[in-house]
Design a protein around this ligand. Structure first.
Ligand code: SF4
Ligand code: SF4
Length: 183
């Protein structure tokens, strides 16, 4: 899936998707959570011109939705996943428990999305080489959003993250293969 991107919005120094997304392609295979060997941390892709098609079309929602610069994943600690959004699901992939995650922006956005009828997914990564876990937290968060209860929202969000973190993370079974070359 490839969403129309916002004009003028660039990844800048963010490389989070090149770290967290697993790839299992003939020319590039890397475990979940391992920074791609072609990525220069903080700078971007060193094989940009010949990068795999998957890398050309995958963008987080911050690149496509009007949200403030603070939402950039390396700053916010949250990747808004693009999968599912066209079916009405908004998934927060939480890289770390940042002040931003528990701040006004996320509370306001999630409150708005729930009121608009979106389902809210929460996902966390496991150790490198394991699959992330995800859960639907719409009904769990809804009472706090409807009551405009920010403190209650933070408590519920923290409790949901605690539960996800306690999961047994399954190995992704991906072997490293770095073989991107020009034709
Ligand atoms: S996570 Fe989003 S902002 Fe960061 S590098 Fe990927 S597409 Fe760009
Ligand atoms: S090939 Fe480039 S765009 Fe693709 S994951 Fe690696 S660094 Fe990122």
């Amino acid at each position: 899936m490839s969403l129309p991107l916002l004009p003028g919005r660039e990844c800048g120094g963010c490389v989070e998707c090149c770290r967290v997304i697993p790839l299992s392609l003939p020319e590039l295979s890397k475990p979940t959570g391992e920074l791609c060997a072609y990525c220069v941390d903080g700078a971007g892709c060193s094989v940009h011109e010949i990068r795999p098609q998957t890398c050309r079309v995958w963008f987080c929602l911050w690149r496509a939705v009007e949200l403030s610069d603070d939402w950039r994943p390396d700053r916010s600690g949250v990747i808004l996943r693009p999968d599912g959004v066209e079916d009405g699901r908004m998934t927060l992939f939480v890289l770390r428990r940042s002040d931003f995650l528990f701040g006004d922006d996320v509370f306001a956005a999630v409150t708005h999305w729930i009121a608009e009828g979106f389902a809210i997914g929460l996902s966390v990564p496991g150790p490198v080489g394991t699959l992330p876990v995800r859960s639907d937290v719409t009904d769990w968060l809804r009472p706090a959003t409807q009551a405009d209860d920010h403190d209650g929202f933070v408590r519920r969000l923290s409790a949901a993250l605690d539960q996800l973190d306690a999961h047994d993370f399954e190995p992704d079974g991906i072997e490293r293969r770095y073989a991107v070359t020009a034709e």
